[in-house]
Design a protein around this ligand. Structure first.
Ligand code: JFZ
Length: 310
């Protein structure tokens, strides 16, 4: 695996951000809790599409400040890139989309384009900007993949042609440089379909790096499992996506925070073997980054700034 992008080989440390409508539920729906990853709540608790969609009408994150988050990541935490969930498995677009009105500008009272806000901040602070896009799982589209739904992805190619590709085109043409496209959970996608998506990305942004989970081992680098670190010095580019507690999306019941010292140790271990550490935050429904996340990242950042940065 070779991304051919020096910035990625040098990056070492980046910020992952999982944020979507699931933040409104924060791990609980109608009194029922999930102690598993909170961005999967629609699936875990079998919330019907029509019900889940209503969340969009409540989404008004007054405290979300892209500039502040990116400034912290760059200046306080020593991170070199950001990856943001433009659309997670729930299917809701966190950007203005002409493809479907189910997006944060058209379906929510805030009328805000969060990809735009983050893109502007990243370009301002010279942070590489990447986008997560769930290419296979889409629990809102009848033809998107959902493991537990009978008859899901019946016409997966229609979903790809009518939602996935048009939205990829949108995020790759409207926000300046997209340094990385973070595809994920390539369930039920063929080699040819994966190739079509990669070709589309590269035709619009030739230098855009494709994550290891594009499908069929066709990404530009290796993405490991959460907190999994390959044993040998691995030849090639790789990245470890990881959480600070036990969830990616905000879960109000998850207080199992890692210690800053443990994060520092992991960062050094990953970097010494040549990998990048992509560490996650999950803002709440008002747009606040959990204070525990900020405390841990500040402490790690202090170490990075004093010892590890060139
Ligand atoms: C996936 C998503 O389902 C999850 O919601 C989150 O976005 C995470 C970053 O990615 O979950 C995975 C996918 C693959 C592995 C672990 C979690 N893996 O290969 O170990």
């Amino acid at each position: 695996y070779d991304t051919k992008q020096q910035w990625f080989k040098d990056a070492k440390y980046g910020l992952f951000m999982h944020w979507g409508l699931y933040a409104l539920l924060a791990g609980e729906y109608k009194g029922e809790k999930t102690d598993r990853i909170a961005e999967w709540i629609m699936n875990y608790l079998n919330i019907p599409v029509e019900e889940y969609r209503k969340l969009a009408k409540e989404f008004n994150p007054q405290n979300f400040d892209a500039d502040e988050i990116v400034r912290r990541a760059k200046e306080d935490w020593g991170m070199k890139y950001l990856v943001f969930t433009s659309k997670h498995h729930e299917g809701f677009a966190m950007f203005k989309s002409e493809t479907t009105p189910y997006n944060s500008v058209d379906a929510s009272p805030c009328h805000r384009d969060f990809v735009k806000e983050l893109a502007d901040a990243c370009h301002k602070y010279d942070m590489k900007f990447g986008l997560y896009y769930s290419q296979a799982q889409d629990w809102d589209d009848p033809d998107g993949f959902m493991q537990t739904k009978e008859n899901s992805h019946k016409n997966f190619q229609r979903y790809l042609d009518e939602k996935c590709k048009p939205q990829l085109r949108e995020i790759l043409t409207q926000y300046g440089e997209i340094a990385l496209l973070w595809f994920d959970t390539p369930m039920g996608i063929t080699k040819q379909q994966t190739q079509e998506l990669i070709d589309l990305v590269k035709s619009l942004q030739p230098n855009c790096i494709i994550s290891g989970r594009a499908g069929n081992h066709m990404g530009d680098y290796m993405t490991t499992g959460d907190n999994f670190i390959p044993r040998l010095p691995y030849e090639g580019d790789w990245e470890v996506p990881a959480t600070l507690n036990d969830t990616w999306g905000f879960n109000k019941y998850d207080h199992n925070w890692k210690k800053a010292d443990d994060i520092i140790r992991l960062l050094l271990k990953i970097n010494s073997r040549g990998g990048n550490y992509l560490l996650n935050i999950g803002p709440d429904a008002d747009g606040n980054v959990p204070k525990e996340s900020i405390e841990i990242l500040n402490e790690v950042g202090k170490y990075v700034k004093e010892n590890a940065e060139a």
